[in-house]
Ligand binder design. Sequence first.
Ligand SMILES: [Zn+2]
Length: 70
Amino acid sequence: MRIDICKNQLKCDFYGCKNLAKYSFSTKGFIRRDLVFCEDCMKKMFECFSKLMVPKPIDAPFKKNKKERV
Ligand SMILES: [Zn+2]
């Protein structure tokens, strides 16, 4: 999987969004063509992902771990 800058003048694929796509996401066969989306939707998508992937807030995890071990 890879994200590229969208070179074509395509509309964002997200429902209800009328912005021009800024990024394209190559799914390599999952969908027939690349998914394209604008910067706003990229941010919203990232917020959704980060809620799933990072349940704890990121504040210097390495330092915290060292303190806890000592
Ligand atoms: Zn959009």
